[in-house]
Structure formats: C-alpha cells, structure tokens
Design a protein around this ligand. Sequence first.
Ligand SMILES: Cc1ncc(COP(=O)(O)O)c(C=O)c1O
Length: 367
Amino acid sequence: MIPINAPQIGEEEIEAVVKVLKSGIITHALGAGPMVTKFESAFAKFVNAKHAIAVNTGTAALHLAIAGAGIKRGDEVILPSFTFVATAEVVAIAGAKPVFVDIDPETYNISPEKVEKAVTKKTKAIMPVDLYGLPADMQPIKEIADKYGLIIIEDAAQAHGARYKGKPVGTFADVVCWSFYASKNMTTGEGGMITTNNDELAEKMRFMRSHGEKEKYKSLMLGHNYHMPEIQAAIGCVQLKKLPKFLAKRRENAKKSTTKLREAKSLQLPKELKGYKHSWYLYTIRLKGAKGKKRDKIVEALRQKGIGAEVYYATPIHRMPYYKKFGKYRLPETEKASKQVLSLPVHPGVTAKQIDFIGETVLSLLG
Ligand SMILES: Cc1ncc(COP(=O)(O)O)c(C=O)c1O
C-alpha cells in the first residue's frame, strides 16, 4: 500500500534520540529543557515569530491558545466545520461555543464574508485553519478581527512551510498552533508548538504549559502538563532542518499529480492561488457533482489497487454526534465538499513512478 502519509525518519533522528537518552536529561520540571529550548528557537526563526512554545500535541497547542486568550463559558469562537475535530474541541473544553462558518469551495478554507456575518456580541475569537496546507485568506479575516476587537488563533497544524502574501503562514494571526503528529510535514511522533509575537500571551501560555507555574509548586494560574519531552524536541530539531527538502519533494509530487490529472474534466484539482504557497500536506481532489457514494467507491477501488486514498473530512464537525448540541447549521459548501473530496499520497516517500501509477489509476476509475 502507498500510504497517504509516512513519517520520514532517518539515522540522524535516531542518533539525536540516543544522545538525549545518554545525556540523562529527558525532561524538565517546567517543560523548558535544553532540547526543547533549542527547538523553540529554531522554529520561531523558521516562522519569523518572536516566541515559540513547544507542547506535547497540536491539540494541547490549540487548548493553550484558547485558555491563554481567556476564552470561557458564554463566549463564542468562529471556526470552520470542515477541519479536524481538535479545532472545535478546545473551544468546547473551555466551555465556550464553537460557531461554525462555511468554506470557500475553491480553497476549502473559511470564507471571510461568512465570518463577518457570524460575529455577535459574544464573539471573542476567530480560528482559521490552513486546510490541507493551503493558507486561509488571512488579510480580510484580520480586518474583521480588528474591526470587532477579536483575537485570531490560526490552526496551522497542516501548514509547516506554507506562505501567504510572501510571508510565513501565521503572520496575520495573534497566536498560531502547529502539530508534529506522525503524519505531518515534519514530525516528533506526537508534538505541537505555539508561536506568537505577543509577549504577555507567550509568558502566560508558558506558565499554563506547566501547571500555571513560573516557579515549581507556586501555581499562579490554572494550567496543565503539556510539556514536550526532550526526545521529541531532539527529533524536531533534525526534522526542521530536513523540512525544506521534504517540502520540495511534496511540491514536486503535487506538480506531477496535477500534470497527470489535468485532462480529467470531472475533477477539481488543488490550486495554489496567486500570493499563496501551499505546503502540500495533502493533495486533495474533488469529484465534481458526486454525491458521496461515488466518491467512496473510488476511494475503495484505489485502496484495492494499493493506493492509500483517504477522505478529509467525510463528517463535518457540526454533524458529529457530540457537536450537534451547538446548534443546527446550514453550511452547503462544507456539506458538498465533505461528499466530494478525496486525498491522494503526495508525501516525500512517494516516488515519481508511484505518482504516475496513482494518476493513471484515478483516470481509469473515472472512466
Ligand atoms: C487541522 C488540525 N488541527 C489540529 C490537529 C491536532 O493536532 P495533534 O494531532 O498533534 O493533536 C490536527 C492534526 O492532527 C489537524 O490536522
């Protein structure tokens, strides 16, 4: 099977882990060990941010951002329903209400016009997601946030290396959350990072990462244990160095896939709009006019041929059993996309020959 994603781990990562184990320093009481600190500095530099705070998952990063921003019961947060559940989950954990907004059918990202319509007196934050690795349209979102005094927490879990208007993704947000889960463009197995230019928020989120402590056993605020272990940070340092190479290979694979599939009139292919640089976390195609069953049959047929096609996301969050309690939503573009999209392997481990095979198999299944 050609998997939809595969961690790219080499000897350097193994050596880095062994070195940490031999050093005897495998964690730090406040979550700020030498490897974590090194990884934070390197990542902050990479995304051009003043602060980076390493945590143990992308979900923890999102939760710290929400908690750090003081979002609480009675507050509303605007976000897409067409994303991984963690984006909405952390809002619910804080006791606030996720307010789901529809997407743009071309980019699959939150529609800025629909964001503005969803703003109420209770709105505290907007959480755009850079879905599949394509940045959300942040400039109009920033204008809305400034107009209504809202904070922007960007979910860039899928977008390491993406750029928007010539700058690293995240530049227009107050807080940016990253994931290093095994499938991501760079990985630490499990892991996450928060980046921000806001000194006050950064300090607060650092304390909250470690039980609300500035010093041990003197909690200043409610917190958690979201420490990233030293082993993970050591892997992260190596992966970050390799990231440009990974991204180049993803880009090459995406380009080849587009060349191969361009002739299929029934497909909507992923685009890199002007001013956007995709991170190609996923290469997602759309079966125009399909109603779900046809898409599912093609996914199954691809798997039968050894191609690990996947659907992100067949169930939008507002349709998930737990999340129905947050209200009835009419999100036609989200519903349509959830029935028509499927993602194909594009990761750095996929060879040119395999990209040809994937393309030819898709074309043959379309008939
Ligand atoms: C869009 C999005 N948000 C949040 C997350 C959560 O990250 P993690 O799995 O590291 O908790 C992920 C990845 O899994 C994701 O793809």
